[in-house]
Ligand binder design. Structure first.
Ligand code: MLT
Length: 409
């Protein structure tokens, strides 16, 4: 075999964070088969799908069993009725001027936030926060846009913007020029949020520098503080400089069902090699039409039902349930003497690991002594060292038991 591989993959760090955790947990379980593990690691939802979504999917399955109701290939951009519901409920009702045509329904924000690199040039200078959702970094590594990793595992061509307790988990505006900026608010992993003013500073920076913000708002439904924006398009000027990623995974429990969407405002422009301005919407539409066949009719019907009155009530209950878990985690860990952050407008609680341990040592310690799985902060970047993430996605009983076990340590 003389087929060449994409050598950029060899620059990746050993394993993607969550499979690496799963590998360690599997190893632990094989040695301790009786251990009653509680998983507060990967942010995967645990509560059942909302009834409104399930019912809509059942009806759609029956429709598919009839000649008149059968659906083959759907529009690559998603069915108009779903895009209209998204545009109205998620954007127009919040005062954001987003048109259904600017929405592309997909099977996940993880895929979209990686695939977007297909339409963006190789020489863009990229900024990420540190810690960061690892997908943004790894997809740039795979695309050959980072160089190799050097000190503290940081890639030489990426600009890292630290978000730590010292700066209140705020991503400070860089002094130098960057072309692409990944922002995730409410933040995975720290649970921090960005105020209108902070996002307005980013939008101004992007407009001044001709940069593009890739805004991941997958956790917007968990915002409790009414002053915090849910969408970057709540900031004037954002339509000229930002793409937004959204998901039904965490609010409506679609992690296994798969439905998400990306907003690309019409008129958002990039530059070709010859200096000509090119519409990003058209490039993404071209990309999706070639490489993607859309989300299934049945699943889109389920997502659409998330906007019905029942669907909205059921989703609000799910979000409240997980946020109560987050409050329990915050309070119990604080009582145990740990310093906690996040968990107030996001389903993730971020904490300082006890003195004398690093993040992975605390991971092993919790696994062994409390049979609780979390996520080591250093897995999200070198500035995450010394921190640890616990997810609020689990049953109430499991959260309570996990907290009791941790408090006993
Ligand atoms: C996480 O745990 O960070 C999430 O599962 C990320 C994701 O949604 O892919």
């Amino acid at each position: 075999m003389v087929v060449q591989i994409n050598a950029n993959y060899l620059k990746l760090k050993a394993g993607y964070l969550f499979p690496e955790i799963a590998r360690r947990v599997k190893d632990f379980s094989s040695k301790h088969p009786d251990a009653d593990l509680i998983r507060l690691g990967i942010g995967d939802v645990t509560e059942p799908l909302p009834e409104a979504c399930r019912n809509a999917m059942k009806v759609a399955i029956d429709e598919m069993g009839t000649l008149e109701g059968f659906h083959g290939y759907g529009p690559e951009q998603g069915y108009l009725w779903l895009r209209e519901a998204i545009a109205k409920n998620d954007f127009q009702d919040r005062g954001c001027d987003i048109d259904p045509d600017e929405i592309f329904v997909s099977d996940g924000s993880k895929c979209d936030s990686s695939n977007i690199l297909d339409i963006l040039g190789d020489s863009n200078r990229v900024a990420v926060t540190d810690p960061v959702y690892p997908v943004y970094v790894d997809s740039n590594v795979m695309a050959g846009r980072t160089g190799i990793s050097k000190d503290f595992g940081r890639y030489e061509q990426l600009l890292y913007i630290p978000i730590t307790a010292e700066n209140g988990f705020q991503a400070e505006i860089p002094e130098n020029h960057v072309d692409l900026i990944y922002l995730c608010f409410p933040n995975n992993p720290t649970g921090a949020v960005a105020s209108k003013e902070q996002l307005a500073n980013w939008v101004q920076y992007a407009i001044d520098h001709g940069s593009l913000i890739l805004f991941d708002a997958a956790y917007e439904a968990f915002i409790q503080d009414e002053s915090i924006p849910h969408s970057i398009y709540e900031i004037p000027g954002a339509k000229e400089c930002a793409i937004e990623f959204r998901s039904f995974s965490k609010n409506a429990g679609f992690t296994g069902t798969r439905c998400a969407f990306t907003v690309i405002p019409k008129g958002l422009k990039g530059v070709a090699n010859n200096g000509e301005k090119v519409d990003l919407w058209s490039l993404w539409n071209r990309r999706q039409s070639t490489k993607f066949n859309g989300v299934s009719y049945i699943v889109q019907r389920g997502a659409h039902a998330a906007y019905s009155i029942e669907g909205r009530n059921q989703i609000n209950s799910l979000v409240s349930f997980y946020m109560e878990n987050a409050t329990i985690i915050r309070n119990q860990l604080s009582e145990a003497g740990l310093k906690v952050f996040g968990g107030e407008n996001a389903p993730y609680v971020w904490l300082n690991v006890p003195k004398g341990m690093d993040s992975w040592q605390f991971f092993d310690f919790l696994l062994l002594k409390a049979n609780v799985v979390g996520t080591p902060g250093s897995g999200f970047g070198s500035s995450g060292e010394g921190y640890f993430r616990l997810s609020a996605f689990n049953s109430r009983d499991n959260v309570n038991i996990a907290m009791e076990r941790i408090k006993k340590l």
